[in-house]
Ligand binder design. Structure first.
Ligand SMILES: C[S@@+](CC[C@H](N)C(=O)[O-])C[C@H]1O[C@@H](n2cnc3c(N)ncnc32)[C@H](O)[C@@H]1O
Length: 226
């Protein structure tokens, strides 16, 4: 297993850095499928960072209870502060500071898993075992939202993406000690655990992609709110 990174140093400026580099695009990617999950009731958000997705989830879905797990106490403090004013957040959101690769899941029976710009932190062997453990702790028809960078299929967009990713991994190596050097596509691991891709929205010619994966037959039960 690769060494633990620490995002604490980066936490206070993480949002600003994102705005300067990608403007609103990353948050558009995180929230692209919020309308698909009105029926979800028990969510596990992994590597949630400073809580911007969590805040939007709690506002969009008034029934959902969320376990937000992140290795960085600094990020968790920001997320806690960001969500404090949301009605019912204190009862509906639980924060767990832990390494997602080794910590037991806070509970079993999740019907929603969210991994935004998180799975890109791991090399293939860590990614596979993480997806394995998380999938095992979910309901059969669980929905998995994954917003992240992807390598476009071919041509110039792919070449440009490679250069940007190399720069980003160097930056994160310096600031967080993240040992990962390149992006691994989680799709084969999700597919191997019975998930199918039910929807995808992309930006920047596929460099940013928000995917909805479903284990089971359809998205319909997750869409139904109330
Ligand atoms: C690149 S940031 C993404 C944050 C947020 N999800 C977003 O959309 O911007 C990666 C996050 O994953 C957390 N993280 C990295 N490795 C982790 C691990 N092994 N277990 C739990 N959290 C981890 C970091 O602390 C950080 O908050």
């Amino acid at each position: 297993m690769t060494p633990r990174p620490s995002f604490d140093l980066l936490a206070p400026v993480y949002h600003l850095l994102e705005r300067v580099t990608f403007g609103p695009l990353l948050h558009r990617c995180r929230t692209a499928h919020l309308d698909q999950i009105a029926g979800c009731r028990r969510a596990l958000v992994l590597g949630d960072g400073d809580g911007r997705f969590l805040a939007d989830l709690l506002r969009a879905n008034r029934q959902v209870r969320v376990d937000s797990l992140d290795i960085s106490p600094g990020m968790i403090a920001l997320a806690r502060r960001r969500t404090a004013g949301i009605p019912g957040a204190a009862e509906r959101a639980r924060f767990v500071a832990a390494d997602a690769r080794t910590a037991p899941l806070p509970e079993a029976g999740y019907d929603l898993v969210v991994t935004n710009f998180f799975l890109d932190c791991f090399p293939p062997e860590d990614l596979e075992s993480l997806i394995d453990r998380v999938a095992a702790g979910c309901l059969p028809g669980v929905l998995w939202l994954d917003g992240d960078f992807r390598l476009p299929a071919a041509g110039r967009p792919r070449a440009v993406a490679r250069v940007i990713l190399a720069g980003m991994y160097s930056f994160f190596r310096l600031t967080t000690r993240l040992p990962t050097r390149q992006l691994t596509d989680p799709a084969p691991f999700l597919a191997a655990r019975g998930f199918t891709l039910a929807g995808e929205k992309t930006q920047l010619r596929g460099f940013l992609s928000s995917q909805v994966w479903v284990r089971g037959n359809s998205l319909a039960p997750h869409r139904a709110g109330g």
